[in-house]
Design a binder for this molecule. Structure first.
Ligand SMILES: C[S@@+](CC[C@H](N)C(=O)[O-])C[C@H]1O[C@@H](n2cnc3c(N)ncnc32)[C@H](O)[C@@H]1O
Length: 276
């Protein structure tokens, strides 16, 4: 309980100081994020603008995506994205999957190739256009594409997703902005469904010098990144309250550069109390 109060106090302190005083404007959070995120991570440390990717020929775009996946999942980078492709891909057949902040969709296209029906959601139209073109080139049919203008864009999503995944997307804005987004997303997850998230752990933040989150964003993801915030399990579960999740995995990996959450959705505590 004390821990919960501490987190609430931290959130409100952060809201009043860092949000307004940093160089990024959080009054229109999704515009601020969109300004940066018209580029997507491609290789282990590289990013490309999706306008540039759209100017490639089909062959070149396919080669770019295929090389990116290889770079980020094999050899020493098996410990980056390869392990969870291996762990989850075979279980994806027939599953309805929502990828929030799909970027270059290295993970979600891979899961689509293993039979998942994927809804790709992103803030930037050009990012989605790249992914849509790739899905066409890979002849992936069970796909849909949602441009997220703001949280309202999520209202019309189906209500029966088996999985929601957020790979490196939701830690790029202050938790006070992300909480309503998470709350909306969870409404679209089946009871018994899974929440998969890749984020940055506190260990990395401390190792990098405990910078303010606007400065840390620029360190982790390059110039113009408005925010990067560490996550741990209590913080994530707090964002999801009053819904209830069991923890399948909560694990730092790749030399604590990342943290993985795999949570099993048990439903809404408030509703189940009401039902009793
Ligand atoms: C660091 S990239 C990660 C892309 C991809 N998921 C991956 O694993 O490589 C962040 C992506 O998430 C999107 N994004 C950032 N913040 C978001 C938010 N709050 N909601 C939805 N998408 C977001 C960006 O447009 C961008 O495509």
């Amino acid at each position: 309980m004390n821990e919960l109060r501490k987190i609430k106090r931290l959130i409100s302190a952060r809201r009043s100081s860092q949000w307004s005083s940093g160089k990024y404007d959080w009054q229109k959070p999704f515009d601020t994020l969109r300004h940066k995120w018209v580029e997507v991570p491609t290789t282990r440390s590289g990013r490309k603008s999706t306008a540039d990717l759209l100017s490639l020929s089909d062959q070149e775009l396919l080669a770019e995506w295929t090389t990116s996946r290889q770079d980020i999942t094999t050899g020493s980078e098996f410990a980056h994205r390869g392990w969870y492709h291996t762990l989850y891909a075979e279980s994806m057949r027939g599953k309805k999957l929502l990828d929030i902040g799909s970027g270059f969709a290295i993970d979600s296209i891979t899961f689509a190739q293993h039979g998942a029906k994927v809804t790709f959601v992103d803030l930037a139209r050009s990012n989605l256009e790249v992914v849509q073109r790739l899905c066409g080139l890979f002849s992936l049919k069970s796909t849909s594409f949602i441009l997220m203008e703001d949280i309202g864009s999520l209202h019309t999503l189906d209500m029966d997703y088996d999985l929601i995944m957020a790979m490196g997307s939701l830690h790029h804005a202050p938790v006070g902005i992300i909480k309503p987004e998470v709350q909306e997303l969870v409404k679209h997850l089946k009871t018994g469904g899974r929440w998969l998230q890749l984020a940055y752990p506190k260990t990395r933040w401390i190792r990098d010098g405990s910078l303010s989150f606007d400065k840390w964003g620029e360190m982790t993801d390059g110039k113009g990144t408005p925010w990067a915030e560490w996550y741990d399990l209590p913080k994530l579960l707090h964002l999801m309250e009053p819904t209830h999740f069991d923890v399948v995995l909560s694990q730092e990996f790749h030399n604590s550069d990342f943290i993985w959450f795999d949570l099993l959705y048990r439903g809404n505590k408030m509703e189940s109390k009401f039902d009793e």
